[in-house]
Design a protein around this ligand. Structure first.
Ligand code: ATR
Length: 274
């Protein structure tokens, strides 16, 4: 009989504010259950970040996901971060290695893996809409895969800054009218289209027929208006759930050191989101 949790249960969790709607507990706990690992994954709503990070060490919590608004601020409280987290400037994963807190980032991998499932990225021309933290993670991952990147953002100065970092070009959103025909892939990294504003779309839908693949990082609703319009025009579409799933899978494999049960984690995610 399954007697978990017990006195030897390992603790994992997510640190953010708010975290009440996080889907990470559902994914990771389903993986622990399937693989019969004696561990639990909890959500911690944290405003005092330094105290919470000290608590990871004090309580021997094995691994932690970090989400909004702590991904950048957490860096100063960690013992070590890897090169990718440094380049992205954000940590979404903490690994507790015998009391040494190591920070890394799996957001970029989530985005890249979701795309690579449907298209090879080398030399592909990709428009990223948005220039915030998510865009930054995805752009750095895509640059390393040899993609050619254009950043289009409402605030052009931020697009420029990110374009410099990933060796890409940049523009405002209006310019998409003229340049979309030169590109293969479109990725929306802005919150436009997110429930309850699910009737909004970040680009003129008629431009979508220019792209082979359209990905949205918004996952509520799962099929955003952007993806619906793209699908109507024959594009392959990738939902935001894929990036969410694959960044979690990368975390799980870093913590547990064995392959994550992807299908079961995806099933749990879909069930939770209804
Ligand atoms: P995240 O960390 O999730 O990427 P963020 O850092 O707040 O979030 O970035 C949000 C991005 O979405 C920004 O590029 C923002 O544009 P600005 O740089 O002009 O602020 C973009 N964004 C947010 N709301 C938008 C809207 N209604 N229309 C267009 N772009 C929007």
């Amino acid at each position: 009989m399954n007697m978990y949790p017990n006195a030897t249960t390992d603790i994992y969790g997510i640190v953010g504010h708010p975290v009440g709607h996080s889907l990470s507990p559902v994914m990771h706990n389903s993986a622990f259950r399937i693989l019969k690992i004696n561990a639990v994954y909890l959500a911690f709503d944290v405003t005092n970040l330094e105290a919470a990070i000290n608590g990871i060490k004090a309580l021997g919590i094995k691994g932690v996901s970090v989400t909004i608004p702590h991904k950048q601020a957490v860096i100063e409280f960690l013992d070590e971060i890897d090169d990718m987290a440094k380049r992205i400037g954000a940590v979404n994963t903490i690994i507790n290695r015998d009391g040494i807190l190591f920070g890394t980032n799996t957001d970029w991998l989530g985005g890249v893996r979701a795309l690579e499932e449907v298209i090879e990225l080398k030399d592909k021309k990709i428009v990223i809409i948005g220039a915030g933290g998510s865009a930054r993670a995805i752009c750095i991952g895509l640059k390393d895969r040899g993609a050619i990147i254009h950043i289009a953002n409402r605030t052009v100065s931020k697009a420029k800054e990110l374009a410099l970092l990933c060796g890409g070009s940049f523009s405002g959103l209006k310019e998409l009218d003229e340049i979309s025909s030169e590109f293969d892939i479109l990725i929306n990294t802005t919150p436009v289209g997110m429930y309850p504003k699910h009737n909004e779309i970040v680009i003129d839908p008629k431009l979508l027929s220019n792209f082979n693949v359209v990905m949205d990082i918004v996952y509520s609703p799962v099929e955003t208006l952007l993806l619906k319009e793209a699908r109507k025009r024959g594009c392959k579409t990738i939902t935001g759930l894929k990036m969410l799933l694959y960044q979690a899978i990368a975390q799980f494999e870093l913590w547990i050191n064995q392959l994550a049960p992807i299908k079961e984690m995806e099933k749990a995610l879909l069930k939770a989101i209804g």
